[in-house]
Design a protein around this ligand. Structure first.
Ligand code: BYC
Length: 478
């Protein structure tokens, strides 16, 4: 069972940290490094305090409390979901065995790698969002940005705890490295592609929290299935916080589409740039970008890594226990997206090919993700439809703008037609944000830090946070 959350300690936790003095000391030694990183790479806008949610326990009810907190004093804690003492391995070759409380020697390297990759994304996103506070469209949005930032910080703590507690000296070194790499750095970049991209405006922020945080949801969902129980319990609790991040993205884009639609109708024009709103075709380009770089985060369509992770019981499938098969997949097959070469002519085309189910598991997860993303697009299209407009947003083809996996070496249109490189270069600006688009979006990013006010390119939210109204003083600036 979990112990009650101990909030009196330097590092709030529900893992009885005080019982392991060595671990406690190691984490307390890492804490000032974390704060130094936070000061240098975290939110740049100076604030007095922010109306924030802080995780305090893991129960179904009352797991978090709300209140004004100076961000630097946020209580970043270590919380694992309650232990299920009867839990058994749900998939792979150890299916049915009791889950592991320690790291099995033979899987040490793989588990460490998964935890490091997960951990690396958390500070990366904080770095990417560092300067957004200066151009927030409202205090409500500013508060949500900071909420996301502090919780990504907590997710970093979650992974650092696992590295310190279960991976010895190497784990401690990796925890240090998590603070040493930085997003976009040439010498020492973040591990995964999307986490080195810039998030320099709020449209990108909402697209990121919709599409990239959603990769987080699905990856954490697979880690929640892990036979390494501490990882599973950590991921389970992180998913709770993650839901808010996706709400920020979903409703953020809702509100932009709503504003655009309104300006289009009121002025009877598609070109809303003269009215300070963001045109639908520009929204589509930002969507295309964030969606395609997020598809890359699922790795190759076929992967021996993922096959090994699954067979060993380290990383499961999305909602593993709802799958109606033997959860071992030793003789199953799956169709995956692929570049097919015609044996006779050598001509290549976008198609599908059959592979062993275990090697196709990145595709399986990516498809779950795509289905989930469709939900957002349908929502935004309902807003356009409700306004009586014919425009619609859509997800581009899986081969569009890919840098990882089967389609990394080709170019394709959003409709999935292959293009020669020179044609792609000529037409890329039709589908991805151009410098002109980016300059326009950035020109809209003027701070609105007055209580109850909102920028002209986005509609106000329907609800405030924790029952508070939109015009609440969510952030006290210095
Ligand atoms: N960029 O076998 P392959 C989140 C590497 S987001 C650069 O095809 P695999 C969050 C790969 O590492 C969730 N490199 O793929 C969101 C491998 O390198 P090694 C983050 C890439 O291993 C918002 C090689 O290419 N969590 O939480 O089956 C805000 C061959 O790879 C990329 C996780 O991802 C890329 N896009 O799958 C805050 C979970 N893709 O090992 C937070 C942990 C692949 O040969 N990670 N590579 O040197 C994993 O499960 C897997 O490592 C991946 C890749 C899904 C990322």
């Amino acid at each position: 069972m979990t112990t009650a959350a101990d909030y009196s300690e330097k590092i709030p936790n529900n893992v009885s940290l005080h019982e392991d003095r060595r671990l406690q000391r190691a984490l307390e030694a890492w804490q000032p490094n974390f704060l130094t990183w936070w000061d240098a790479m975290g939110p740049a806008l100076p604030t007095q305090d922010v109306y924030l949610r802080t995780a305090i326990n893991v129960g179904r009810e009352g797991w978090a409390q709300f209140g004004f907190v100076p961000m630097r004093d946020y209580r970043w804690g270590i919380f694992l979901a309650e232990r299920d003492p009867g839990r058994v391995v749900g998939f792979g070759e150890h299916k049915g065995d009791p889950v592991w409380d320690k790291v099995p020697g033979e899987y040490r390297a793989e588990l460490q790698r998964l935890i490091v990759i997960q951990g690396d994304t958390e500070p990366a996103s904080v770095e990417q969002q560092r300067n957004l506070g200066a151009t927030a469209p409202s205090l409500y949005d500013l508060r949500n940005l900071f909420q996301v930032n502090v919780e990504e910080g907590r997710h970093l703590w979650a992974m650092v705890y696992l590295l310190h507690a279960y991976f010895g000296r190497e784990g401690r070194d990796e925890a240090d490295e998590l603070l040493a790499r930085s997003s976009g750095s040439l010498e020492s970049p973040r591990i995964l592609g999307a986490f080195n991209e810039q998030t320099s405006d709020w449209l990108s922020f909402y697209m990121f929290t919709y599409f990239t945080d959603r990769d987080g949801k699905f990856q954490l969902g697979t880690l929640k299935e892990s036979s390494f129980d501490p990882l599973s319990r950590t991921a389970e609790f992180m998913l709770k916080e993650e839901a808010h991040h996706m709400m920020v993205g979903t409703t953020g884009i809702d509100r932009i589409v709503e504003r655009t639609a309104r300006v289009m109708v009121e002025n009877d024009t598609d070109d809303v740039t003269g009215h300070g709103a963001i045109p639908v075709d520009m929204l589509q380009k930002y969507l295309n970008f964030h969606y395609s770089v997020s598809l890359d985060l699922f790795g190759g369509e076929t992967s021996t890594n993922v096959a090994n992770y699954y067979t060993a019981g380290l990383k499961g499938r999305w909602l593993e226990d709802r799958r109606r098969d033997d959860h071992k997949l030793t003789s199953d097959a799956i169709m995956v997206d692929a570049l097919i070469e015609d044996a006779a002519t050598g001509e290549r085309s976008i198609g599908q090919t059959e592979v062993a189910a275990v090697t196709g598991l990145n595709t399986d997860l990516r498809r779950e993700y795509i289905a989930d993303c469709t939900g957002g697009v349908n929502r935004w299209n309902k807003i356009l439809e409700g306004a009586g407009l014919p425009q619609r947003l859509r997800l581009p083809h899986v081969a569009f703008n890919r840098r990882v996996g089967a389609f990394a070496g080709i170019e394709a249109t959003p409709d999935g037609e292959m293009l020669p490189a020179n044609e792609w270069q000529r037409r890329e600006g039709e589908w991805l944000p151009t410098d002109v688009d980016k300059t326009y979006v950035r020109s809209l990013m003027r701070p609105v830090h007055e209580r109850g006010k909102i920028a002209a390119w986005i509609a106000p939210p329907r609800h405030g946070i924790n029952g508070k109204p939109f015009d609440y003083d969510y952030v006290h600036l210095v």
